[in-house]
Design a protein around this ligand. Structure first.
Ligand SMILES: Cc1cc2nc3c(=O)[nH]c(=O)nc-3n(C[C@H](O)[C@H](O)[C@H](O)COP(=O)(O)OP(=O)(O)OC[C@H]3O[C@@H](n4cnc5c(N)ncnc54)[C@H](O)[C@@H]3O)c2cc1C
Length: 321
């Protein structure tokens, strides 16, 4: 089958990879730039936010992404990452009890003393299968390993059998998958979507094991990161990016970071800003175009798993005719 994938972030690159593994011929069209998947260090953490919720697919997603990283590493691709475990400190016994009720028995975890953390924490949830990955490196490895034909250009219209690019060129295929993220939201989310900018500070150093409560502190390919802010929801990618990094958000981030580690000896070496898109759209639309869009803050946790399922769905539909 000939597949056209629009968008080369973690969603599109994963679709391209799994489709080519199944023997399909893939063209990957990407506009270049505005890619949230370039996040310098994405946390792979199944226990979410300050609510401690665990999504049904979180453990499968975590295992799928790390299996993929190992597979690509085995094939010679360099992907800065570590499955070093993730620490989730909690401030009080009530939060620990609340989180504990969310934790599925099949998710490996243990509660520990908050040793090595600044004072003030009640205890720490240790998630041994968690870790971090360099977003851009994983995406580039997937693209290279997929052997997809890479086309630079921007789709302005898509149908079940192809795309028309800005400039008028057309690309045709047996199936089309839209993975345009926040920048390409109009392809997949015509009824409106939420775009939320977030910034990370790039640091000269970070603890070896990622830790997260409100914000996260993680190693990266070089040094570490402290992230991420959540700016007000916006109606478009451009509107979200225009918010920049407000001082109020920076203040919040530094406060959260200082609660996770002593940052007085660390330097800020830069900043990275991207935009999260929601809601999740996964599957075919009424016109027969497939979508994997709106991965929010969980692109690396769930993207590869959902991409694998989507390729299976495309094949099942083709068999039915
Ligand atoms: C600050 C921040 C921190 C984050 N931290 C984490 C984390 O710790 N863990 C985690 O799992 N996730 C994290 N995320 C979320 C994750 O980065 C996103 O969910 C994920 O990158 C979205 O991937 P995507 O492939 O859907 O979109 P993108 O990565 O944005 O890729 C879309 C691509 O499509 C292209 N495109 C768009 N429109 C068109 C078009 N019309 N034609 C051709 N090409 C087009 C774009 O140029 C782009 O290259 C974070 C996000 C942010 C912003």
């Amino acid at each position: 089958m000939k597949l056209l994938v629009v968008g080369g972030g973690i969603a599109g690159a994963s679709v391209a990879y799994f489709a080519s593994q199944h023997g399909h011929t893939v063209t990957l069209l990407d506009a270049g730039g505005n890619r949230s998947s370039d996040v310098p260090a994405a946390l792979l953490n199944p226990v979410r936010g300050q609510s401690g919720k665990v999504e049904a697919l979180a453990l499968d997603g975590l295992r799928c992404t790390f299996a993929l990283i190992r597979e690509l590493k085995g094939a010679g691709h360099a992907i800065p990452h570590a499955q070093s475990g993730v620490l989730r400190p909690v401030p009080d016994a009530k939060t620990q009890r609340k989180w504990a009720t969310n934790l599925p028995a099949e998710l490996p975890h243990s509660w520990r003393e908050p040793d090595g953390l600044p004072p003030g924490w009640h205890s720490t949830l240790h998630l041994p299968e968690g870790g971090w990955v360099s977003g851009a490196a994983l995406v580039e490895a997937l693209k290279a390993a997929s052997g997809a034909r890479l086309v630079r250009g921007q789709a302005q219209h898509v149908s079940a059998t192809g795309a028309v690019l800005v400039g008028g060129e057309t690309l045709s295929a047996d199936a089309v998958v839209c993975c345009g993220g926040s920048f390409g939201a109009s392809l997949s989310q015509p009824d409106g979507a939420t775009h939320r900018a977030g910034s990370l500070l790039l640091l000269s150093d970070a603890p070896d094991q990622p830790r997260s409560y409100g914000a996260y502190l993680s190693p990266a390919a070089t040094g570490g990161v402290l992230g991420a802010t959540f700016e007000a929801p916006a109606a478009s990618h451009a509107e979200a990016l225009a918010q920049g990094l407000p001082l109020k958000s920076l203040d919040w981030l530094l406060g959260k970071g200082a609660a996770l580690a002593d940052l007085r000896v660390v330097s800020v070496t830069g900043r990275w800003t991207g935009v999260r898109l929601s809601p999740l759209r996964h599957g075919p639309d009424a016109a027969g175009v497939w979508h994997l869009s709106g991965l929010g803050s969980k692109g690396f946790l769930l993207g590869p798993l959902l991409a694998r399922g989507l390729v299976g769905g495309i094949e099942a539909k083709a068999r039915k005719g």
